[in-house]
Design a protein around this ligand. Structure first.
Ligand code: PAP
Length: 333
């Protein structure tokens, strides 16, 4: 990454409701332009200043519990799907999957499983919002592993990590960004691709994001489950069973015979969720100060969509960078 050339130290103004000295942390960070707003390089990870502030507050204030389950993803790797699946699986005794009043039919998976860090988390007291959630909590995060509060690992909280073929990620990310930002700021795909290949993308570089959780998974396979979107698409029922076991709520033989696993797959499928009014209409601020259509989280839900966007040369270029960065780790795409 050509950080040395492109980075310029600037003072970043970050809104705060509390006015505490946390703002100081950000003012000296390297910055870079190119996406919809300025990004800062916070502990080796690119993010908006608002997110950096949120992450720093999370690290200072968030109190993990040993029965927390953290659903971690790089953006656009299937976060919404994983949240829906984990919610449906863990809550199926109080919310039978086939029930007409299932929460997933009227609430976004992002509201049922909140992110630990949020660009606007500092406006609403962090500790109060997350502490109010009863145990066991399901919590989402886009933070790289090394940015999680250390207590997550110390307490042995379980982590489910979901990654995706990077070429599909940049396509999905580009579509999403263009739905969020103002029309006059629309981002050229080639430019987005080059920044992504350069390791410059939200909470990127993507390979560092993948590797942090992959290495933890290799170290502690029983505590960190590592999944791939493409594999889940190929075998959703197998993965739902695997997820239920990892979440310590395995399906009973009776449930399997009654088709509950398939019911979870159907309830959380792209086809089902994307057509619900809660997910197909309305706007919401999920990225801090920018409204996004709820439907932006449901585009196509396919694998190998990159073939419609990347030239052979671009695909080779990204493949080569990813292969090089992951070399020796055992993680491949
Ligand atoms: P986030 O990280 O910003 O929350 P995330 O849910 O990971 O977003 O990304 C959305 C992607 O997951 C979209 O991919 P696409 O652009 O390639 O289509 C979206 O379509 C896909 N997606 C959302 N829900 C589902 C689902 N239930 N099953 C499969 N894919 C899904």
């Amino acid at each position: 990454m050509a950080e040395g050339r492109q980075l310029e130290a600037q003072s970043v103004v970050v809104p705060t409701a509390t006015g505490d000295k946390g703002d100081d942390i950000l003012s000296s960070l390297p910055t870079r332009e190119g996406w919809w707003t300025t990004f800062v390089l916070y502990h080796g990870c690119w993010m908006t200043p608002q997110t950096a502030r949120s992450v720093s507050l999370v690290r200072a204030q968030f109190a993990p519990r040993d029965d927390d389950v953290v659903l971690a993803t790089y953006p656009k790797c299937g976060t919404t799907w994983l949240k829906a699946l984990a919610f449906a699986i863990t809550n199926r005794s109080s919310h039978p999957v086939g029930a007409g009043d299932h929460p997933l039919l009227t609430q976004s998976p992002h509201d049922l499983v909140p992110f630990i860090e949020l660009p606007f988390r500092h406006i609403h007291p962090l500790a109060a919002a997350l502490d109010a959630i009863p145990s066991p909590r399901l919590l989402g995060t886009h933070m790289q592993h090394h940015l999680l509060p250390p207590r997550v690992d110390e307490l042995g909280c379980r982590i489910v990590y979901l990654c995706r073929e990077p070429k599909d990620v940049i396509v999905s990310l580009w579509h999403f960004i263009n739905k969020v930002i103002d029309d006059d700021l629309s981002l050229d795909f080639d430019k987005a691709f080059e920044m992504f290949v350069d390791g410059f993308s939200s909470v990127g570089p993507i390979w560092n994001h993948y590797l942090g959780y992959w290495n933890k998974h290799v170290e502690e396979p029983d505590r960190v489950l590592f999944l791939k979107y493409d594999d889940m698409m190929a075998d959703p029922t197998g993965h739902v069973k695997k997820l239920a076991e990892f979440l310590r709520v395995p399906f009973t033989d009776d449930e399997v015979d009654a088709g509950v696993v398939e019911e979870v797959v159907t309830l959380c499928s792209f086809e089902k969720l994307s057509r619900l009014p809660v997910n197909s209409s309305g706007v919401v601020d999920r990225i801090g100060g920018r409204l996004v259509h709820n439907s932006a989280f449901f585009r196509k839900g396919k694998v190998e969509e990159w073939k419609n966007y990347l030239t052979e040369e671009m695909a080779k270029k990204l493949d080569a960078v990813v292969e090089e960065k992951l070399k020796g780790s055992g993680l491949t795409f």
